[in-house]
Every structure is written in structure tokens, then in C-alpha cells.
Design a protein around this ligand. Structure first.
Ligand code: BDP
Length: 333
């Protein structure tokens, strides 16, 4: 009897130690498997979506499938404002978003959201690639917003698209123009001569179609993929009034669950995603501009000086808190 008990407990002991050994060697495959929800308002195939998907594939390969991304494109998880909130609480793990709707959550980013703060896209890229860009990512991560900023993405330049042609600020009189959710943008449009209406991206098509707004503003890839020109906004006026970089972030809730090595892997592949998106972006601007023209969208070249001058009060109002930073931005070649 005694012997039997010993035998049994030995068997148990052996089984337990095997389980323990498995647990220390296998956590990677079984227990800690993490499928991160990645979200974007843009559809599958859009440069930003592709770059994040590829980042997820690299992470998955480097961790033997322990960490992977599942992409939810095309606003299926909500508009950007809602997705930012979901990322803050950890319901979304990876989010690519414009910096526009981040402004109300992390006010420091508004310096990049100001009209004509960058001279052109090359200037914007030089700023985000340099120390100011890194400082801004660090500010977002250090803010109470619970977002860890992983990198930048290109959002090109935003220009106006309307049902009636616009060539000067006076042409915007009485026109309701949809802007992203941030009071800075409503002020910008009001200063440019129109009536800024803040509205979620997903509502813009119907709003243009039904006349709730007379137009909106965005970059050519978004105008093309969102098909807003098919809703009637066929005049694309090259004001280039906003050159807003975009970011991708990880929920702080998720980031804190990762070990140091995994965090380093995420950083490495994030840097690569930033570079990959830029190459895809340049190609997509050229492609989509061609397709917009082929679809009958009229590109109007304008002197944007009157729009620049008209928005001086907006830069004065929102730039007040950032005077030193703005001087540093201007000094970047
Ligand atoms: C696009 C941005 C996207 C914004 C959208 C908008 O890539 O992040 O949600 O504009 O206007 O250019 O809301």
C-alpha cells in the first residue's frame, strides 16, 4: 500500500514536472499568444493599412506567431475619435490616425495641425524625421493619453474639394466645408472664408451628396478612395493649407504587457513601417491623382498666398503656446 502510494506520487511528480518544464519552455506558443487588433479608417490596400499589416507579419515571423496583428480597415471599428478612445482603454491595440483628432487629447500635437505651419511636404518630412519629430512622439507617449507613439506616416497635403470651383478666399463665402474633429480646423476654414463644419470622416460622402456640406478637404488618395468626388465635389483646389503628419500608436495598456525584447522588436518594425509607408504613399499620390483626373475631377492651381494670409490669426491664436517650437520648425531646412 505504502509502496503503491509512493509509485503514484512519483508518477504525479513526473507529470507535474513535465508540465512545469513545458510551461517554462512553451509560453511563447501557447499562453502568451497575442493577436493585436489594428485599426484604420482607410480601406485595405491603402498605403498606411499595407504598412501596418506588413509590420504585423514581421512581428509574427520574429516571434514564431506569438504576436500578430489582425487588421480592421475601413472604419469598421468606428470613426477616428471613437477609435482613439478605444485605443486609450486597450480595446484596440494598434491605431493609425491623423494627428488632427489627437489634438483634443494631446494638445501639444496641435502645433503640427496648424494651417501652413510647414512650407511644403519636404519640410514636413525633414521635421518629423529629425529631433522635433522624435520629441513629439515622446510627448504623446509621456502624456496621460495612454497612447505609445510608434512612428509617423505621411498624409501629404490637404486641399479643398467643392461642388463649385474655388479660386480665392471670397469664393468660399457661404460654403459649408467639412473639417476633422478639432476646433482648430473649424477656425482654419472660417478664416479661409468658408464655414467650417466638424464631422466624422464616415459621414462626409452622404453629407456632400445631400448638401449638408458643400465640400471638404483632403489629400488625393483619400479623395479617391472615399469617392467624395462621386458625391459631387469635383473641383479640387490646390490650397495645400494643411500638411498634417499621421501617426501610429499602441495602446499603453498593451505596451505595458510586453517584455523589453518584444517592445524593442515593435520599435524596430515600426521604424520600417514608417519608411515603407512613405514609399507606398508617394506612389499612391501619383496613381490616385491620375485616376481622379481620369474620373473628371478638375484640379485647380491657385496662388495660396491669400489663404496663407487669411489664416494668420489662427496661427497666432494656436501658436501662442509654441513660439519657440515654431521657430525651430521654421529653421529646419
Ligand atoms: C485622411 C487621414 C485620416 C482622416 C481623414 C479625415 O488619413 O486619418 O481620418 O483624412 O479627413 O487624410 O478624417
Amino acid at each position: 500500500m505504502q509502496q503503491r502510494r509512493t509509485l503514484l506520487s512519483r508518477t504525479w511528480f513526473a507529470a507535474l514536472s513535465t508540465a512545469a518544464a513545458l510551461a517554462t519552455t512553451l509560453p511563447a506558443q501557447a499562453q502568451d499568444k497575442m493577436v493585436m487588433k489594428a485599426a484604420d479608417v482607410h480601406p485595405a490596400g491603402y498605403p498606411n493599412v499595407v504598412a501596418i499589416e506588413n509590420m504585423g507579419k514581421k512581428l509574427s515571423a520574429a516571434t514564431n506567431g506569438r504576436i500578430s496583428f489582425q487588421m480592421f480597415p475601413g472604419s469598421v471599428l468606428g470613426g477616428e475619435k471613437e477609435m482613439i478612445e478605444q485605443t486609450q482603454v486597450g480595446a484596440i491595440q494598434i491605431l493609425r490616425t491623423s494627428l488632427g483628432p489627437v489634438g483634443p487629447v494631446v494638445p501639444e500635437v496641435n502645433v503640427f495641425n496648424m494651417p501652413f505651419v510647414f512650407r511644403n511636404e519636404a519640410h514636413m518630412r525633414a521635421v518629423i524625421d529629425g529631433p522635433i519629430g522624435q520629441e513629439m512622439l515622446d510627448k504623446i507617449s509621456a502624456s496621460p493619453a495612454k497612447l505609445v507613439a510608434l512612428g509617423w506616416m505621411d498624409g501629404g497635403s490637404r486641399s479643398l474639394y467643392t461642388k463649385k470651383p474655388v479660386r480665392k478666399p471670397e469664393d468660399l463665402k457661404g460654403q459649408k466645408i467639412r473639417m476633422m474633429g478639432n476646433p482648430l480646423f473649424v477656425d482654419t476654414m472660417n478664416a479661409m472664408g468658408g464655414n467650417g463644419i466638424s464631422m466624422g470622416y464616415g459621414e462626409v460622402f452622404t453629407a456632400i451628396q445631400t448638401g449638408v456640406v458643400d465640400g471638404a478637404e483632403n489629400n488625393p488618395p483619400t479623395l479617391f478612395t472615399a469617392k467624395h468626388y462621386q458625391a459631387g465635389a469635383k473641383y479640387y483646389t490646390q490650397t495645400n493649407h494643411l500638411i498634417i503628419p499621421e501617426i501610429f500608436v499602441m495602446s499603453r495598456v498593451t505596451w505595458d504587457k510586453l517584455g523589453k525584447d518584444d517592445q524593442a522588436l515593435v520599435r524596430k518594425f515600426a521604424r520600417e513601417a514608417q519608411m515603407e509607408q512613405r514609399a507606398l504613399w508617394d506612389k499612391s499620390v501619383a496613381d490616385y491623382t491620375g485616376q481622379l483626373k481620369a474620373a473628371g475631377v478638375e484640379f485647380i492651381d491657385v496662388d495660396n498666398k491669400p489663404f496663407y494670409d487669411a489664416t494668420a490669426p489662427v496661427r497666432a491664436k494656436y501658436g501662442e503656446k509654441f513660439t519657440d517650437l515654431i521657430k525651430r520648425i521654421e529653421a529646419v531646412k
